[in-house]
Design a protein around this ligand. Structure first.
Ligand SMILES: CSC[C@H]1O[C@H](OP(=O)(O)O)[C@H](O)[C@@H]1O
Length: 352
């Protein structure tokens, strides 16, 4: 990233605000047409906000859950961190159970448990500092990933992205969208395509809105137009985020990612996954072991409260899928770039 890169120009959105005694969440169910914050005063309110996608995005739900633990800590008495950890285990489990696929949620809660276990009478300050550290580390990681990922993209490239991986999904700047922000700023990317990302429309509602805040004009496409777009030669990279990257490089991400990878390989378009190391899960051997969240089929029947499907029908609504590592050209984390990821490359990079 060049020294004069203006992060502030590309990072005005704050989906998570800690007030000192509550967590304010930008309600992503209502964007882009309403910009409203939801106030969470308890950890269970944070868990409900995670489950309802009021706050969403793998890193963002981990950060929100960490602050949820701090909120739970305000409601109990404990002499030290070990006693607090015992009393907070139930609310932490409810935070953990809010969504199953993104490893960042469990990862953040494991960090909170770890510091709690070692904390003394000042355990409340310790967990508040840890929640802030998780947030700040994510922001720094995204800015580093932006530089590393953008460097892979040749000037004058077209890029297609999927879902939302920007400031709304993280502590700021974004993962895949951070790569795109950096690539646009450096003149490497001159055309950004965003897939609408049915059924929840993270692309059409969130990514397009985020990029407009930056002065970047994306082109929205229907999810079903992606392969045709690649066939035209308009894009050189597909750049996406991740919810869980396994020990062999298999990657869970928003539903529709897998078919983008298949089409990209068929058309000679390179495929990049950008995610912080907090999304890497070396304890999960491969994509077959990932719990794919299935959500209420009702999310497929209406948009903005307007029904779009016939009545009295069934539906299947898995909201993630797994891209096998063989279809991924590069995994970019803040620790570096893994080209042609496989188990050996992942082990060399992350141990385990
Ligand atoms: C940097 S966000 C990663 C990931 O999270 C999103 O899922 P959701 O909107 O359901 O929380 C999407 O899969 C993004 O790629």
């Amino acid at each position: 990233m060049n020294a004069t890169f203006d992060f502030d120009r590309y990072d005005r959105i704050r989906p998570i605000r800690w007030t000192g005694d509550a967590l304010e969440l930008l309600d992503q169910r209502k964007l882009p047409f309403q910009v409203e914050y939801v106030r969470c005063g308890t950890s269970d309110e944070v868990a409900a906000a995670i489950h309802s996608l009021t706050v969403r995005g793998a890193p963002a739900i981990g950060i929100a859950a960490a602050w949820g633990v701090v909120l739970a800590g305000m409601k109990i008495e404990a002499a030290d961190g070990a006693e607090a950890a015992r009393k907070l285990e139930a609310p932490m489990q409810r935070l953990n159970d809010a969504r199953p696929t993104a490893v960042n949620l469990a990862w953040a809660l494991a960090r909170m448990r770890r510091v709690l276990g070692a904390a003394g009478p000042d355990w409340r300050d310790v967990i508040a500092r840890e929640a802030q550290a998780i947030n700040d580390e994510d922001l720094a990681a995204n800015r580093r990933m932006g530089a590393l990922g953008a460097a892979l993209i040749a000037p004058d490239s077209g890029v297609l992205t999927h879902c939302n991986t920007g400031s709304l999904a993280t502590a700021g700047f974004g993962t895949a969208l951070g790569v795109i922000r950096a690539g646009v700023a450096q003149g490497r990317i001159d055309k950004v395509y965003a897939g609408e990302t049915r059924p929840w429309l993270q692309g059409a509602r969130l990514t397009v809105w985020e990029l407009q805040q930056d002065g970047i004009e994306p082109t929205l496409i229907a999810d079903s137009a992606a392969a045709h777009l690649m066939k035209t030669g308009a894009v050189q990279w597909v750049v996406v985020g991740a919810d869980r990257i396994c020990a062999n490089g298999d990657t869970a991400n928003k539903i529709g990612t897998y078919q983008l990878a298949i089409a990209a390989r068929h058309h000679g378009v390179r495929f990049m996954v950008a995610a912080p190391s907090s999304t890497v899960d070396m304890a999960t051997p491969n994509g077959d072991a990932i719990h794919i969240e299935e959500r209420d089929p009702g999310e497929m029947f209406a948009i903005g409260g307007v029904r779009t499907a016939a009545h009295d029908i069934g539906a299947w609504n898995p909201v993630f899928d797994v891209t096998p590592h063989e279809l991924i050209d590069a995994i970019v984390t803040e620790q570096g770039v893994i080209e042609r990821p496989d188990a050996a490359a992942m082990k060399a990079a992350f141990g385990g």
